[in-house]
Design a protein around this ligand. Structure first.
Ligand SMILES: [Fe+2]
Ligand SMILES: [Fe+2]
Length: 478
């Protein structure tokens, strides 16, 4: 974060706090109350400070506040207050507010009216419209509202996607670099990987769906590296769902990035063999977890970091009931990291196209297959959360709809109910391929009949149509 952004962030935090204080105070006190006067003075001060004589835009987008287009970082102790404000805006159909510099000419009474109108607008038929009219009636010309819209502001969307894509690519390059150094027996450090894991944690916390969408990147030649980053992302997203702290998420990411490091010593002919492996080849393949542990322990990093990172290679083929490999006599249960990685690793491997099987499993097929081994290979609670996280139709799945349209699952509108996703409709690009059209929600209903506008007929793996879903997620950014 640059110094300027950090300053804006701190001032932004103060502004939201003052905003919250003002609307809460006017709710419970009379107009001439001293507390109201104080709260409004505070608000005006925070507003002057942050706007610096310019127009000020405050925006709520995807569960984060943005001030002048910059994402607001806030301290833990402000969480409750920020959360309250995050409900406050949508309850009034608002996406944000714009304050004009001439707010300075307004009286204290104007601000009381402003705060009361905002408070009273909740529960009205069309709150934004009502607020607009009331602002006009009361001559509040220094403030404008931004209505909630379905579309994301394009410049923010683009910035975010570009950042996500870049950290994905950089992480892949970092894993590759470490693997190459390790295979040449030269010293490799993981500082870069660690920094990238931190960025990925931020991105997963910020927008889980975008990051899950990135895991549909499939690079056939670089399978091991894309797979490693995908496993890191899926594991971090699952870790986030069970409330792991940022530090643990970062360590989990590193475990994911290096879980298959031991494959540097498995001959390419075996790794890329198009047929089933014979017994001797399987024996070689099964050595990669322990080789991985050795290689991780030789990396240039702190002892603590290495002992954490070694869990990835060691445990990712160990099942919940301790079957699997490597065979151990000194382990009596798999660690939480191991259990998470087992799920993330299998899911990504099953949904990837590999030479030794005719086709990749579609995400829902993979989940069904995994579910048949719940309690044996996978921890029941974690797998349940994972299935819920990727949704009934996971991000990256192609759906055939009853309207005759084809669509790509891009997101779910709600976190708790992941059954009717948002879908990017695919259109004929006139060259035998597809291009992205508009995004629709499968929750949309016909106004008259109340029935859903679109329903799912079939669910396909994207490769069946020769598609790389990631290209659609990142289309504007690449
Ligand atoms: Fe592996
Ligand atoms: Fe793996």
């Amino acid at each position: 974060m640059s110094e300027q952004t950090a300053e804006l962030s701190v001032a932004g935090g103060r502004f939201i706090k003052a905003f919250h204080h003002m609307i809460s105070t006017v709710k419970i006190h009379q107009e001439n109350n001293q507390l109201i006067k104080e709260s409004i003075k505070h608000f005006v001060k925070a507003l002057s400070e942050i706007s610096g004589g310019m127009e000020l835009e405050i925006l709520l987008w995807r569960g984060r506040f943005f001030i002048q287009g910059e994402k607001l970082h806030y301290r833990k102790e402000s969480f409750a207050l920020i959360n309250e404000m995050m409900d406050y805006f949508p309850q009034r159909g608002l996406r944000g507010l714009i304050f004009q510099p001439n707010f300075k000419e307004s009286s204290l009474k104007d601000f009381v009216i402003f705060a009361r109108l905002l408070n009273e607008s909740a529960g009205r038929d069309d709150p934004p419209n009502w607020i607009d009219k009331q602002f006009q009636t009361h001559g509040l010309e220094w403030v404008e509202i931004l209505r909630e819209i379905d579309e994301d502001p394009p410049e923010l969307e683009l910035k975010r996607k570009e950042q996500a894509r870049q950290s994905y690519m950089h992480s892949m390059a970092a894993v590759k670099e470490v693997a190459q150094k390790v295979s040449q027996r030269s010293v490799a450090g993981i500082r870069k990987a660690r920094r990238l894991a931190q960025t990925m944690v931020d991105l997963v916390l910020d927008d889980e769906s975008l990051m899950l969408g990135l895991t549909t990147i499939r690079d056939y030649d670089d399978y091991t590296y894309t797979h490693s980053v995908n496993v890191a992302l899926l594991a971090m997203a699952l870790g986030k769902r069970i409330g792991l702290s940022q530090i643990f998420l970062e360590q989990l990411g590193i475990c994911g990035m290096f879980h298959d490091l031991g494959k540097v010593e498995v001959p390419k002919e075996i790794l890329l063999k198009p047929d089933m492996l014979n017994t001797g080849e399987w024996d070689q393949m099964r050595k990669h977890p322990l080789i991985g542990v050795h290689r991780v322990l030789q990396l240039h990093a702190s002892r603590e970091m290495k002992s954490r990172a070694a869990l990835g290679p060691f445990e990712h083929h160990l099942n919940y009931n301790l079957t699997g490999y490597p065979k151990t006599h000194f382990v009596n249960k798999v660690t939480l990291f191991g259990k998470i990685l087992r799920i993330a690793d299998t899911y990504d491997a099953l949904t990837s196209e590999r030479k030794y099987r005719p086709r990749a499993f579609s995400p829902d097929e993979a989940l069904r297959l995994m579910w048949s081994k719940v309690g044996e290979d996978y921890d029941p609670i974690l797998l349940k959360i994972f299935v819920n996280m990727v949704g009934l139709y996971p991000v990256g799945t192609i759906l055939k709809l009853d309207t005759g349209e084809m669509g790509l699952v891009v997101d779910y509108p709600r976190d708790d109910e992941r059954t009717r996703p948002e879908v990017l409709l695919l259109e004929d690009d006139g060259q035998g391929g597809f291009k992205g059209g508009k995004t629709v929600s499968l929750e949309e209903r016909d106004e008259k009949t109340g029935s859903f506008l679109r329903n799912v007929l079939e669910c396909h793996h994207p490769t069946k149509l020769g598609l790389q879903p990631a290209q659609f997620y990142l289309k504007e950014a690449s």
